[in-house]
Design a protein around this ligand. Structure first.
Ligand SMILES: [Cu+2]
Length: 148
């Protein structure tokens, strides 16, 4: 007779933990990091972000256990000179997608805490403006691969 009393509480806990995950509206696809020579202090990550919800999603920044410094960057050409600048927010419209790709927006990953090897999966956390933290894993890919 005791057991049924626990069921409603358990269901409440389960539904609460599910909704805390941004309702799964941010989809992360083709997440990869370009491998760099040993000792490199900067690496770039690329990914496609899709919003399957009905409201805009805003990514504020990224974090990774594998790097001391992480940010969102974009490469821009000003007066013929290619340079990088920080992106302070990435907005993904409902039903839309944002591609971070070589030559454009990217994850700037600096000061690795350990050697980042080809084939490794690197943890990256996306921080959204609604407080969501989405944990993902990026594949480390050799620079001469077809991904470029
Ligand atoms: Cu950069």
């Amino acid at each position: 007779m005791v057991r049924p009393r626990f069921v409603p509480l358990l269901l409440m806990l389960l539904s609460a933990s599910t909704s805390a995950h941004a309702d799964g509206k941010l989809g992360v696809f083709d997440a990869w990091i370009r491998a760099a020579p040993p000792g490199a202090t900067m690496m770039a990550g690329y990914v496609t972000l899709k919003n399957s919800g009905d409201a805009p999603l805003t990514v504020l920044t990224v974090q990774s256990d594998a790097f001391r410094l992480t940010s969102l960057h974009e490469t821009v050409v000003e007066r013929g000179v290619s340079r990088m600048r920080e992106v302070h927010r990435l907005v993904i419209e409902p039903g839309g997608e944002t591609r971070l790709a070589p030559g454009g927006k990217h994850l700037m990953l600096m000061q690795p805490r350990h050697a980042i090897e080809v084939g490794e999966k690197v943890q990256v956390m996306f921080l959204l403006s609604d407080g969501t933290r989405l944990e993902t894993y990026f594949d480390v890919v050799a620079p001469d691969s077809t991904n470029d």
